[in-house]
Design a protein around this ligand. Structure first.
Ligand SMILES: C[S@@+](CC[C@H](N)C(=O)[O-])C[C@H]1O[C@@H](n2cnc3c(N)ncnc32)[C@H](O)[C@@H]1O
Length: 209
């Protein structure tokens, strides 16, 4: 998928069978896209896709949907998929600030990996673990709310723990150094590979309610 310029990505991504262009038509019925009733796991901010692609390959009994805001980033994930046929993977290019308009009571697990930290207080609402986003997620979950987050950013991690607590989530699992504690079966993201290889601790939290 060669690109002459970034702008071209915005049309080019729709040539891929993995991209759902008419995603707004599937609210509440995303299982129809997969032709089965297997659980659906969602990643918001999937970036170049290493995590979600390898999860889909390793777990054929789970359906995976990846969301990425920028076509210029999504296209890098699509390049990884060019020679692959993965039936349990679909990707959507949109800004998750409207997530509650896209999914309805159908997601089992939400992954937030190395989300943008938005360190300035005036940008707090853009953080994917702000109370604004946590409230939006509530209507997308099928049964329990279930979120798994990884980050290298200590401040974002601490902020997210407080935010989950304020929204009455229970902590199922927490690691302040994933690679020392429990790296077994861990599928890394591109950012994770970069930061863990430099020796930075990777923080992980799993919450439900
Ligand atoms: C720091 S990168 C991490 C990418 C990947 N998860 C990883 O760990 O390698 C954050 C990604 O989230 C995407 N993103 C940020 N806010 C988003 C939003 N509101 N909706 C969808 N994607 C978003 C960004 O475009 C970027 O690709």
């Amino acid at each position: 998928m060669r690109l002459r310029n970034i702008k071209e990505a915005e049309t080019k991504i729709y040539e891929s069978p993995y991209i759902i262009e008419d995603y707004k038509n599937y609210k509440g019925k995303f299982n129809e896209l997969f032709n089965n009733n297997n659980p659906i796991h969602l990643e918001i901010g999937m970036g170049k896709g290493n995590f979600i692609i390898n999860n889909a390959i390793n777990n054929p009994g789970i359906n995976y949907i990846g969301v990425e805001k920028y076509a210029s980033v999504m296209i890098r994930a699509l390049e990884k998929l060019e020679d692959k046929k993965i039936d349990n993977l679909k990707l959507i290019c949109f800004d998750a600030s409207t997530i509650e308009e896209v999914f309805d009571k159908e997601i089992e697990t939400l992954y937030l990996n190395f989300s943008d930290p938005w360190p300035k207080t005036r940008h707090e609402k853009r953080r994917l673990t702000s109370d604004t986003f946590l409230k939006k997620y509530t209507s997308i979950f099928k049964n329990k709310n279930h979120i798994i987050m990884k980050t290298d950013n200590r401040k974002l991690f601490e902020y997210s723990v407080i935010s989950f607590n304020a929204e009455k989530y229970n902590i199922v699992d927490l690691s302040l150094n994933l690679y020392e504690d429990n790296p077994l079966n861990n599928i890394p993201t591109e950012y994770e590979i970069k930061f863990s290889s430099k020796g930075f601790p990777i923080y992980k939290i799993e919450v439900t309610k």
